[in-house]
Design a protein around this ligand. Sequence first.
Ligand SMILES: [Zn+2]
Length: 130
Amino acid sequence: MICKLCKTYFLDVFSFDRWFDFPDLCPSCKEKFQVSIHFESIPIDNGQIDYYYIYDDLSLNTHEDIYLSRYLDRLYLKILDVEDTYDLFIYYDDLLDHTFYELGPLIKDYRKVFFFSLMRKDLVYKDIFL
Ligand SMILES: [Zn+2]
């Protein structure tokens, strides 16, 4: 099989219970891109931003970013669980990273804001409210 991320050939252990279930990723990529949800809470004026992300210290190329975006479904399920407790949900991608200063007027009226992204962005030192 060919790994969908690093494009190397790999062999997987054959078993009858996985007869039609072919792995997409090699063992090395499975280990490297293991999914875990991280969480940070950032206080803002009269409220807080809760920031959820999946990967912490990785730099992804575009192909990896697109492929691994499928794991955002874990955060979508999290959003469905907590949708009544937050006022605003914002997906934080690279485009938003460049226009972050425009968020201040948008979120200043909300008290509980849910940010989520695939990769960790440094929100603590951003000037949201200029
Ligand atoms: Zn791989």
